[in-house]
Write a protein that binds this ligand. Structure first.
Ligand code: MN
Length: 138
Protein backbone atom coordinates (compact mmCIF):
# COMPACT_ATOMS: atom_id res chain seq x y z
CA UNK A 1 0.00 0.00 0.00
CA UNK A 2 0.98 3.64 -0.26
CA UNK A 3 1.80 5.19 3.09
CA UNK A 4 1.94 8.97 3.37
CA UNK A 5 4.15 9.99 6.28
CA UNK A 6 4.14 13.64 7.34
CA UNK A 7 7.19 13.96 9.60
CA UNK A 8 9.92 16.51 10.29
CA UNK A 9 12.22 14.09 12.11
CA UNK A 10 14.55 12.16 9.75
CA UNK A 11 15.21 9.40 12.30
CA UNK A 12 11.54 8.52 12.58
CA UNK A 13 11.16 8.76 8.82
CA UNK A 14 13.99 6.31 8.15
CA UNK A 15 12.58 3.84 10.69
CA UNK A 16 9.17 3.90 9.01
CA UNK A 17 10.77 3.63 5.55
CA UNK A 18 12.74 0.57 6.64
CA UNK A 19 9.71 -1.19 8.13
CA UNK A 20 7.54 -0.30 5.16
CA UNK A 21 10.09 -1.76 2.74
CA UNK A 22 10.03 -5.05 4.62
CA UNK A 23 6.26 -5.18 4.18
CA UNK A 24 6.50 -4.13 0.51
CA UNK A 25 4.84 -0.80 1.19
CA UNK A 26 5.71 2.46 -0.48
CA UNK A 27 6.37 5.56 1.62
CA UNK A 28 5.68 9.07 0.39
CA UNK A 29 6.84 11.72 2.85
CA UNK A 30 6.45 15.41 3.49
CA UNK A 31 8.35 17.37 6.14
CA UNK A 32 5.48 19.79 6.73
CA UNK A 33 1.72 19.78 6.66
CA UNK A 34 1.19 22.41 4.01
CA UNK A 35 2.99 20.45 1.30
CA UNK A 36 1.24 17.25 2.38
CA UNK A 37 -2.08 19.02 1.99
CA UNK A 38 -1.13 20.48 -1.38
CA UNK A 39 0.01 17.11 -2.79
CA UNK A 40 -2.60 14.89 -1.17
CA UNK A 41 -4.66 14.43 -4.31
CA UNK A 42 -1.70 13.22 -6.37
CA UNK A 43 -0.08 11.26 -3.51
CA UNK A 44 -3.23 9.10 -3.21
CA UNK A 45 -2.19 7.33 -0.01
CA UNK A 46 -3.89 4.22 1.41
CA UNK A 47 -2.77 5.12 4.92
CA UNK A 48 -1.56 8.38 6.49
CA UNK A 49 0.86 8.66 9.41
CA UNK A 50 0.66 12.21 10.75
CA UNK A 51 3.19 13.67 13.14
CA UNK A 52 1.31 16.09 15.40
CA UNK A 53 4.22 18.46 16.13
CA UNK A 54 5.23 19.95 12.80
CA UNK A 55 7.20 22.97 11.70
CA UNK A 56 5.19 25.51 9.80
CA UNK A 57 1.89 27.27 10.24
CA UNK A 58 -0.25 24.18 10.80
CA UNK A 59 0.22 21.33 13.23
CA UNK A 60 -0.65 17.75 12.32
CA UNK A 61 -4.14 17.83 13.79
CA UNK A 62 -4.98 20.99 11.84
CA UNK A 63 -3.87 19.20 8.67
CA UNK A 64 -6.09 16.25 9.56
CA UNK A 65 -9.08 18.56 10.08
CA UNK A 66 -8.42 20.21 6.72
CA UNK A 67 -8.23 16.82 4.98
CA UNK A 68 -11.51 15.68 6.53
CA UNK A 69 -13.16 18.99 5.60
CA UNK A 70 -12.12 18.32 2.03
CA UNK A 71 -13.89 14.97 2.21
CA UNK A 72 -10.91 12.60 2.34
CA UNK A 73 -11.70 9.45 4.29
CA UNK A 74 -8.25 7.83 4.12
CA UNK A 75 -7.28 6.21 7.45
CA UNK A 76 -5.08 8.61 9.42
CA UNK A 77 -2.92 7.66 12.40
CA UNK A 78 -1.59 10.52 14.52
CA UNK A 79 1.89 10.19 16.01
CA UNK A 80 2.42 12.23 19.13
CA UNK A 81 5.34 12.70 21.49
CA UNK A 82 3.00 13.85 24.21
CA UNK A 83 1.32 10.65 25.28
CA UNK A 84 -0.81 12.40 27.85
CA UNK A 85 -4.35 11.98 29.05
CA UNK A 86 -6.65 13.51 26.47
CA UNK A 87 -4.26 13.04 23.54
CA UNK A 88 -6.24 10.21 22.06
CA UNK A 89 -9.47 12.19 22.30
CA UNK A 90 -7.90 15.25 20.67
CA UNK A 91 -6.62 13.11 17.81
CA UNK A 92 -9.95 11.36 17.28
CA UNK A 93 -11.82 14.66 17.47
CA UNK A 94 -9.59 16.06 14.72
CA UNK A 95 -10.60 13.14 12.52
CA UNK A 96 -7.81 10.63 13.09
CA UNK A 97 -8.66 6.92 13.20
CA UNK A 98 -6.09 6.14 15.85
CA UNK A 99 -2.89 7.39 17.40
CA UNK A 100 0.52 6.01 18.27
CA UNK A 101 2.74 7.49 20.97
CA UNK A 102 6.37 8.42 20.31
CA UNK A 103 9.00 7.10 20.58
CA UNK A 104 7.74 4.83 17.82
CA UNK A 105 7.53 1.14 18.55
CA UNK A 106 8.62 -1.22 15.76
CA UNK A 107 6.11 -3.81 16.90
CA UNK A 108 3.19 -1.39 16.87
CA UNK A 109 4.12 -0.02 13.45
CA UNK A 110 4.37 -3.50 11.92
CA UNK A 111 1.02 -4.39 13.47
CA UNK A 112 -0.50 -1.16 12.16
CA UNK A 113 0.71 -1.82 8.59
CA UNK A 114 -0.78 -5.31 8.72
CA UNK A 115 -4.11 -4.05 9.97
CA UNK A 116 -4.49 -1.36 7.32
CA UNK A 117 -3.09 -3.27 4.36
CA UNK A 118 -6.14 -4.24 2.34
CA UNK A 119 -4.08 -6.64 0.20
CA UNK A 120 -3.36 -8.81 3.25
CA UNK A 121 -6.27 -11.16 2.66
CA UNK A 122 -5.11 -11.88 -0.89
CA UNK A 123 -1.74 -13.20 0.20
CA UNK A 124 -2.39 -15.87 2.80
CA UNK A 125 0.77 -17.18 4.44
CA UNK A 126 -0.91 -20.39 5.56
CA UNK A 127 -3.62 -22.42 3.78
CA UNK A 128 -6.99 -22.17 5.48
CA UNK A 129 -7.15 -25.96 5.80
CA UNK A 130 -3.95 -26.01 7.84
CA UNK A 131 -5.33 -23.37 10.19
CA UNK A 132 -8.52 -25.32 10.62
CA UNK A 133 -6.74 -28.58 11.40
CA UNK A 134 -4.69 -26.80 14.06
CA UNK A 135 -7.79 -25.55 15.82
CA UNK A 136 -9.80 -28.72 15.22
CA UNK A 137 -11.93 -30.41 17.87
CA UNK A 138 -10.04 -33.75 17.82
MN1 MN B 1 7.69 16.61 14.70
Amino acid sequence: MRILYVEDNPTNLSLVQRLARIGNHQVISHPDGESALADFESDKPDLVLMDVQLQGAMNGLEIVKALRERGYRTPIIALTAYAMVGDRERCLEAGCDDYLPKPLSVERLVDLFKRYDSTNGQAPTMPAAAVESNTGDA
